[in-house]
Design a protein around this ligand. Structure first.
Ligand code: AMP
Length: 194
């Protein structure tokens, strides 16, 4: 059964980055997720862009589901006022639960953790383990070097051309959420992951 996108996982930095535009983008994404009647799934931290997205979504009325591994609970300073907080034993359980609870993914600017999460969810799609939309928010061209790298991987024959399309690219928060409101997803793939 296909259904509309009800919950969105946001991957983004545990730092703010050094351009004010990133914080504004994170705030817009959180607010628009709430405005679209969707819930937010994220890494439960209160710091960096993660915290900005979560507070914006929460304050605009969205259910916010935070998922954090035990060992990061102290470092990433868990956000208060979440609708649900799940503490997992390790990173793998965290990433699995974030996947399970989400119908789609939005990637904001972020660091190595964000890159890891994005590439992992792409590779699961490449292996046909899921069909959930993945949107790369290429605001301020932050992710252009990643898009160039993926093109290079395809050009040199290490990925099929269609794998370059696994990421839907959006420039603004509005475009990303508008895209998701027109998508549907299926739960069928969930049990096949591991
Ligand atoms: P970052 O983009 O590095 O600021 O990290 C963003 C999120 O990814 C944070 O919630 C981190 O806990 C998480 N993260 C950091 N390093 C890793 C990693 N090696 N694998 C998976 N997630 C990570």
């Amino acid at each position: 059964m296909r259904h509309p996108i009800k919950s969105v996982c946001v991957y983004c930095g545990s730092r703010m980055g050094n351009k004010p535009a990133y914080e504004k983008l994170a705030d817009d994404v959180g607010r628009l997720i709430a405005g679209a009647g969707m819930s937010l799934v994220y890494g439960a931290g209160s710091i960096g862009l993660m915290g900005v997205v979560a507070r914006a979504a929460r304050d605009a009325g969205a259910p916010v589901i935070g998922i954090i591994p035990e060992h990061l609970d102290a470092i990433e300073i868990t956000q208060e006022g979440l609708s649900e907080l799940h503490v997992t034993q390790n990173m793998h359980d965290r990433k699995r639960m974030m996947f399970d609870r989400s119908d789609a993914f939005i990637v904001l600017p972020g660091g190595l953790g964000t890159l890891d999460e994005t590439l992992e969810i792409m590779t699961w799609a490449q292996l046909s383990l899921h069909e959930k939309p993945i949107i790369l928010l290429n605001h301020e061209n932050y992710w252009s070097p990643l898009l160039e790298l993926i093109r290079h991987v395809v050009d040199d024959g290490f990925a099929a051309p269609e794998n370059a399309d696994l990421l839907k690219v959006a420039d603004t928060a509005e475009d990303a959420i508008r895209y998701l409101t027109h998508q549907t997803t299926s739960d069928q793939s969930k049990s096949q992951l591991f």
